[in-house]
Design a protein around this ligand. Structure first.
Ligand code: ZN
Ligand code: ZN
Length: 348
């Protein structure tokens, strides 16, 4: 089969590799749609602690079952499925607590298991046993399914931060994650959703979604702008969906008392330290929350939300490309010209 093999930093090749064999206790799927995630772009550029080269990335996978192991029941050939890429151990303290994304024994497609940047992918026995494989209804496109994984993280984050009715939410970073944050904030009843970015292209693309105000923070004093906009009150929660420590500090400075600062985006591991005004946190009783991934129940909710069209996903997928054009997709993401790129292994 043809696959994209990552051989080192910024070295990815579209080549012929052995088609994986369907295990007795697993499935073989033909990949219909696989998302190019922001994390894939980071792994391509900087590597990843779980990735050993050569590696086939791709964790936002939807495909068609083409072979079923003889020990497997409950699936039929030709059915379309979406695969939760994270396989928690199910046994540790965190898994038992229901915080499976904190499990340190988890396996992940695209890192420790072959991912979907290929024509075919195996769902191994451990994937059926520990993981989440959900059948896609006939009227839902596999392209829309690539949104589910990102959306799961966003749902986890806003449940943790308890975004709720009538609130004003500021979202720093208006890429695909920021746009989904706007959609989920709206769904949870936020009144005002302020979208902030330093890139005009990205800001423009985000206008199709549920933001109510759009600000380029490179052009204004963002703290003053938002304090003026909220009549000096501040916002209820600031979600930092961008890998910039400056945004974290700005997010804190625009909060109302007892507001929540949500650090959603990881920053460069070379300089992860941030400077926050600790007196603001102290006197204003601010909650600073980290948010990183999602558990199976977030994934199921995200799947249901997309299938039932409870959020606007029109215009979310800006590019559909064959695997061979992945580097074009990466460049478009980096330039802010793409929201979501879907790779289609069946496309030439
Ligand atoms: Zn992803
Ligand atoms: Zn565990």
């Amino acid at each position: 089969m043809k696959a994209l093999v990552l051989e080192g930093k910024e070295k990815i090749k579209y080549i012929e590799v052995d088609t994986p064999v369907c295990p007795n206790d697993g499935l073989l799927i033909k990949i219909d749609s696989v998302g190019l995630c922001g994390s894939d772009v980071r792994t391509y550029s900087h590597g990843h602690h779980d990735v050993k080269y050569p590696c086939i990335l791709g964790h936002e996978n939807a495909g068609t079952i083409v072979e079923i192991g003889n020990l497997v029941s409950g699936f039929n050939l030709g059915e379309k499925i979406i695969v939760n890429p994270v396989l928690p151990c199910g046994k540790c303290w965190y898994c038992q607590k229901g915080w499976q994304h904190m499990c340190s024994d988890r396996l992940t497609y695209g890192h420790t298991i072959q991912g979907g940047f290929a024509e075919y992918m195996v769902v191994p026995g451990v994937g059926l046993e520990r993981g989440q494989v959900i059948k896609i209804p006939d009227d839902v496109s596999t392209d829309d399914m690539v949104i589910v994984e990102l959306l799961s993280s966003v749902i986890n984050s806003q449940e943790y931060a308890n975004v709720t009715l009538g609130e004003t939410i500021a979202i720093f970073g208006t890429g695909p994650i920021g746009c989904l944050h706007a959609e989920i904030a709206k769904l949870r009843g936020a009144k005002d959703i302020i979208m902030i970015d330093i890139n005009d292209n990205r800001l423009e693309l985000s206008k199709k979604f549920s933001g109510t105000k759009f600000i380029n923070s490179a052009k204004v004093d963002i703290v003053k702008e938002i304090m003026d906009y909220t009549n000096g009150f501040g916002v209820d929660a600031a979600i930092i969906a961008t890998p910039a420590i400056e945004s974290q500090a700005q997010g804190l400075d625009i909060l109302r008392k007892r507001g929540r600062l949500v650090i959603f985006g990881g920053v460069s591991s070379e300089n992860p330290y941030t400077t926050l005004n600790s007196n603001t946190i102290h006197y204003n009783e601010i909650a600073v929350l980290g948010s990183f991934a999602y558990g199976p129940n977030n994934f199921q909710k995200a799947f249901d939300i997309v299938c039932n069209k409870m959020i606007n996903t029109d215009g979310f997928i800006t590019h559909k490309l064959p695997l061979s054009k992945v580097e074009e997709g990466i460049a478009e993401v980096k330039a802010g010209n793409a929201l979501k790129v879907v790779l289609k292994p069946t496309m030439n």
